[in-house]
Design a binder for this molecule. Structure first.
Ligand code: AMP
Length: 229
């Protein structure tokens, strides 16, 4: 399966992306994670991306599209992929259409996570990520680690992402509304979009996501379903 996961910051995209990809045995590809890896490794691309991440702004399209094109060319995406954080605007969506057409493949679904704006800032401000494995994500209130500041999974140190501070979160939300929300419309006309509520426990949201993708049983409290055109 080839899936896109779209949602505002704080909707739990990263948390769900890892689980959905594992459930479907497909590769999780997060552009945010790819940029953070480049930044940590001190590559030229990382040096260029850093200021954009810090400011809560999008990395320029040509850089981002190049990173994704290279990543999707890797054989580990052959069984399918879940793209998390890309495309984030119409230019990127059109570029992805072109990349897929070039490899004679197409998307199976676009899953939109929805969350009331009031929830976003508190969710993000409390988020803590493991330094050893950024797929290990906690929240000081909603998913606290057993020992404060330490990852339950691997013992790594938990930290707050630079761009998870309040002013940056507000900027990221503005960017989401102006640039990324229209991407959902781009795919809605192709009949690919299903939207679900991102509220509730991690497992509840996962059940909804899998049900919306036709891969699991609908949870009694779920609200998922493909939207009609
Ligand atoms: P995320 O981890 O998805 O929240 O992404 C963190 C940051 O990485 C974003 O705020 C952007 O600065 C950058 N980023 C991630 N994906 C993209 C993208 N598709 N286009 C441009 N910038 C991106």
């Amino acid at each position: 399966m080839r899936i896109l996961l779209i949602g505002p910051p704080g909707a739990g995209k990263g948390t769900q992306a890892v689980r959905i990809a594992a459930h479907l045995s497909i590769q999780h590809v997060s552009t945010g994670d790819l940029f953070r890896e480049h930044i940590e490794q001190g590559t030229e691309l990382g040096r260029n991306a850093r200021s954009h991440l810090r400011a809560g702004l999008l990395v320029p399209d040509e850089v981002t599209i190049g990173v994704v094109e290279e990543r999707l060319a890797h054989p580990d995406t052959g069984r399918g992929f879940l793209l998390d954080g890309f495309p984030r605007n119409r230019v990127q969506a059109e570029a992805l259409d072109g990349i897929l057409a070039g490899s004679k493949s197409r998307l199976d679904a676009v899953l939109g996570l929805e969350i009331p704006e009031a929830q976003v800032v508190s969710r993000i401000a409390g988020r803590r990520v493991c330094r050893r494995d950024r797929e290990h994500i906690f929240h000081v209130d909603h998913r606290p680690p057993e020992a404060a500041g330490t990852c339950d999974v691997c013992g790594g140190e938990l930290y707050q992402r630079d761009d998870d501070r309040e002013a940056t979160v507000r900027r990221r939300l503005e960017v989401y509304h102006s640039e990324t929300a229209p991407v959902i419309d781009h795919y809605r006309v192709q009949g690919l979009v299903a939207t679900i509520s991102a509220l509730g426990q991690v497992q509840e949201v996962l059940d909804r996501a899998l049900a919306a993708l036709g891969q699991g049983r609908m949870n009694a409290s779920g609200t998922s379903g493909r939207r009609p055109l």
